[in-house]
Design a protein around this ligand. Structure first.
Ligand SMILES: C[S@@+](CC[C@H](N)C(=O)[O-])C[C@H]1O[C@@H](n2cnc3c(N)ncnc32)[C@H](O)[C@@H]1O
Length: 303
């Protein structure tokens, strides 16, 4: 049987490489190394003067990426580029990357298949596991702490704001009544019994009633939207002229931040946007990898 970690397919891989336009001597940041699919692509396009700087705040992802990228470097041999891996949130990028030094930056937001598929990580309602949802397992409150400790009002707001869930008050009330909530299965059952299933979505098929609540908690626990804002605010100062920025988002809240930030940057003469409309996966990719269905890629060049 194939190891699921080996089966991982990076989303919009060729499109990311094309927009990054990797120059062999360049310095590139992969802000979301994950299982290192995109990082490997960058590394293989770099020469001995090139440098890849990779970030991931998930220690398990970092450990696997080190092994995978180490194998790639061994294969490349004496002409290998330099690589620096940083196990921190990408909002800390300005601490690690010199101003004006980047030729390219990639960020592929959201959770990895490693996180999502492993019940123990507590991201998914498909399999029962502890209600955790932290990407960085070393710190911060877990989703269980959040749902058990904050007020019903705060819970409703966070589900509404981060999950676009119109029935957030009903969901929050049911969760508070069901406390303590400790597993993903328990939370999914509470939400499903409080709100009826969403109507059938033509594009994505049946949507589980807990989808939006799980998304909201995940975003809140990992401060995902603030992380993206911080990254996009720091990014312009890190690039060389004509360096390329490529961001891939998976839901409208992420994509809106990227879109607004690039629009503002264009008005200020910082960016030239290369994707008038976001690039999405073709049919061949969405058939092979269902996760790519919601992916949107935006790219820009530093002026
Ligand atoms: C969608 S996966 C990336 C997959 C990767 N492009 C590949 O080819 O395997 C996103 C990864 O980014 C990491 N991540 C998400 N937000 C982060 C942040 N703010 N700082 C650092 N890492 C983050 C997650 O832990 C996860 O491993």
């Amino acid at each position: 049987m194939t190891n699921p970690k080996e089966r991982h397919v990076p989303v919009l891989f060729q499109e990311s490489m094309d927009f990054l336009r990797v120059r062999p001597n360049g310095t590139y940041a992969d802000c979301t190394v994950g299982l290192a699919g995109h990082s490997e692509g960058i590394l293989r396009r770099l020469g001995p003067e090139g440098h890849l700087i990779g970030f991931d705040r998930d220690p398990q992802a970092m450990a696997l990426a080190k092994v995978r990228l180490g194998r790639v470097l061994n294969e490349i041999g004496s002409e290998e580029p330099a690589i620096t891996l940083i196990g921190e949130a990408f909002s800390s990028i300005a601490k690690h990357v010199k101003p004006g030094s980047l030729d390219g930056l990639l960020a592929d937001f959201g959770v990895s298949s490693l996180q999502f598929d492993e019940a123990q990580r507590g991201f998914s309602f498909q399999a029962d596991g502890p209600l955790d949802m932290r990407m960085d397992t070393r710190s911060g409150p877990t989703a269980a702490q959040v749902v058990n400790e904050i007020s019903e009002h705060e819970l409703a707001n966070l589900i509404y704001e981060n999950g676009d869930e119109r029935r957030s008050r009903t969901v929050a009330r049911a969760i508070v009544r069901g406390r303590p909530v400790t597993t993903t299965g328990q939370l999914a059952r509470i939400v499903a019994s409080a709100v009826p299933a969403m109507k059938h979505d033509k594009k994505h098929g049946h949507i589980h009633p807990a989808t939006r609540t799980f998304q909201a908690l995940r975003i809140y626990v990992n401060r995902e939207l603030d992380e993206i804002r911080d990254l996009l605010e720091a990014a312009p100062g890190l690039f060389k002229p004509s360096g390329r920025l490529v961001v891939i988002s998976f839901h409208s809240l992420e994509d809106r931040i990227a879109k607004d930030s690039l629009r503002d940057g264009t008005q200020k003469g910082i960016w030239e946007v290369l994707t008038r409309k976001p690039v999405t996966a073709g049919e061949e990719e969405t058939d092979r990898n269902p996760r790519s269905r919601s992916a949107k890629l935006r790219a820009a060049e530093r002026k």
